[in-house]
Design a protein around this ligand. Structure first.
Ligand SMILES: CC(C)(COP(=O)(O)OP(=O)(O)OC[C@H]1O[C@@H](n2cnc3c(N)ncnc32)[C@H](O)[C@@H]1OP(=O)(O)O)[C@@H](O)C(=O)NCCC(=O)NCCS
Length: 246
């Protein structure tokens, strides 16, 4: 077992489990030569052992494009299904909206964090965001202030929501993602979410993109209601499993 403070590695010479520390515990990534269920199960069990020896904690293992058979290996290794993340897609352009939005500027950081952290207080990755985490994302090569649309309350000027988009130029054909979207809880349920998604989609279509996608929790009823109405269809499910050891 190789170990650093934020990384553990378990290998039998052929297959390897890499564990990376994240804010939610250890992310497990299996590097297995073939699709052998027994080897995958053994690797997950070995990863669990490594975390126990390291003092215990939480392991998180993701299966992309999951189906009914995807539970077999992680469940046999003592993991339980935790979250299903749906990947939704729709063609562009989408219907027009007359909602007025504006691009993000660095002066919006504090107001953005306030809305984001209130709206996503339940979300394992997007909630509790810090200025440093925003900086990490705005420093990425894909980041574009124009694609980060902000919505303000006309009367008070208060930030009420945002639709942050991300262009995947490296895909063929290129795809525009609704990367993060939220309405401040004080303004939710007033019909702002739907046109805010459309504002993001309009910006992506203006860039010449013809395909949009997003990730959403399977049980996010309010968001899924909007996406379904707007013609998004499920393309895949990514499933997270977890195991807590002491
Ligand atoms: C998803 C979100 C952006 C929707 O914004 P919104 O302005 O509330 O959306 P709408 O007002 O258009 O409402 C959408 C649906 O959810 C319902 N809804 C929204 N908030 C509600 C609330 N607090 N209580 C009850 N129903 C609510 C609406 O009635 C509507 O359903 P309907 O079409 O059957 O009437 C907002 O709820 C939000 O910020 N959620 C937290 C962040 C999040 O989940 N983002 C999406 C990640 S993919």
């Amino acid at each position: 077992m190789a170990t650093e403070s934020d990384r553990l590695e378990v290998s039998d010479g052929t297959d390897t489990a890499v564990l990376t520390a994240s804010r939610n515990g250890w992310q497990v990534d299996l590097r297995v030569d073939d699709d052998d269920d027994v080897r995958r199960q053994r690797l997950l069990e070995a990863a669990t052992q490594a975390v126990m020896i390291d003092g215990g904690g939480r392991l998180e293992y993701w299966v992309e494009d999951a189906d009914a058979s995807s539970n077999r290996v992680p469940v046999a290794a003592g993991f339980t299904p935790w979250r299903d993340l749906w990947c939704l897609e729709r063609p562009l352009p989408a219907p027009d909206t007359d909602l007025q939005t504006r691009p993000y500027t660095t002066a919006d950081l504090e107001a953005f964090l306030e809305v984001n952290n209130r709206a996503f207080d339940w979300h394992p990755e997007q909630g509790g965001m810090t200025p440093e985490e925003v900086a990490q994302r705005t420093d990425e090569p894909w980041f574009d202030t124009d694609g980060f649309r902000l919505l303000e309350d006309e009367a008070s000027g208060r930030l009420t929501g945002f639709c942050w988009t991300k262009v995947h130029d490296d895909r063929e054909p290129p795809v525009g993602e609704i990367y993060a979207i939220a309405v401040d809880p004080d303004f939710q349920g007033q019909g702002l979410g739907r046109p805010l998604v459309l504002a993001g989609l309009a910006w992506l279509a203006e860039r010449g993109l013809r395909h949009a996608m997003l990730y959403v929790e399977s049980d996010n009823m309010h968001a899924n209601r909007i996406y379904e109405e707007l013609g998004f269809r499920r393309a895949a499910t990514n499933r997270a499993f977890q195991r807590i050891v002491r």
